[in-house]
Design a protein around this ligand. Structure first.
Ligand code: AP5
Length: 219
């Protein structure tokens, strides 16, 4: 009987490119979990854990959390039973240092990356997307007041909990996050392109069209 291939899949792209919208849909379709590093940090922040207190000011100011702290958290998560068949890692790696740490981690385990999905989305769409974004406090489902509204204003369709706006979705912080993305994260795409792993997807199209494209290329 052939062994199931462990699929380590990365989602990358600028803030607002649709990583958090697409990853849960795609993860469900291919039967592996969605791990969002941003969601994990926000959970700790909202619950004022010791990790939450350490990362809070980085996140609110649109800066990256230090590489070692982030990598440790991610590698711990990857060891969990739920990731035994792979996972979609959304928002990691975000620097060349993190990419190299991930390469080394997988090499130690004799595993490899399956694919990097790069959601290429023009900057002009990003501010509108992020300033209209709303998120469920309970299940983290992502909405948009115009492009993807909930059935009832301010309330999650899934669990009826309240929707909130992220503190780092203020215009000045969005611009800082975009700068950080260009300087720190964009170079990882080239790093993985050289390894032939990048699948570029046009993230400017309708949500359902983008989902269908990604699912097709990963199945
Ligand atoms: P994180 O939560 O990962 O934020 P991000 O990368 O900036 O990405 P976003 O969540 O803003 O955007 P997205 O691409 O998920 O877009 P979404 O689907 O929501 O990280 C937050 C912070 O945590 C970082 O700034 C950093 O401080 C820290 N952090 C995280 N990872 C780290 C790491 N590895 N190292 C260090 N620090 C780290 O979509 C946006 C909106 O657009 C939504 O309203 C959605 O409904 C709408 N939308 C989506 N797709 C479409 C579409 N096709 N058409 C129309 N509207 C759409």
């Amino acid at each position: 009987m052939s062994e199931k291939v462990k699929k380590h899949i990365l989602f990358t792209g600028p803030p607002g490119s649709g990583k958090g919208t697409q990853a849960p849909v795609v993860a469900k379709a291919i039967g592996i979990p969605h791990i969002s590093v941003g969601d994990i940090f926000r959970y700790h922040k909202q619950n004022s854990t010791s990790l939450g207190k350490r990362v809070s000011s980085y996140i609110d100011n649109g800066m990256l959390v230090p590489d070692d702290l982030t990598s440790e958290l991610v590698f711990d998560t990857l060891e969990s039973e739920s990731c035994k068949n792979g996972e979609i890692l959304d928002g990691f790696p975000r620097t060349l240092k993190q990419a190299k740490l991930l390469d080394e981690y997988l090499e130690r385990k004799s595993e490899s990356l399956y694919k990097i999905v790069y959601l290429n989305t023009p900057e002009k769409l990003i501010i509108k997307r992020l300033s209209g974004r709303r998120i469920c406090k309970k299940c983290n489902r992502v909405y948009h007041i115009e492009y993807n509204p909930p059935k009832k204003e301010g309330v999650c369709d899934i669990d009826g909990d309240v929707l909130y706006q992220r503190k780092d979705d203020e215009e000045a912080t969005i611009k800082k996050r975009l700068d950080t993305y260009k300087k720190m994260t964009f170079p990882i795409i080239e790093h993985y392109r050289k390894k032939g792993l990048v699948a570029e997807v046009d993230g400017s199209r309708e949500i359902e069209t983008v989902s269908a494209d990604i699912i097709k290329l990963l199945k």
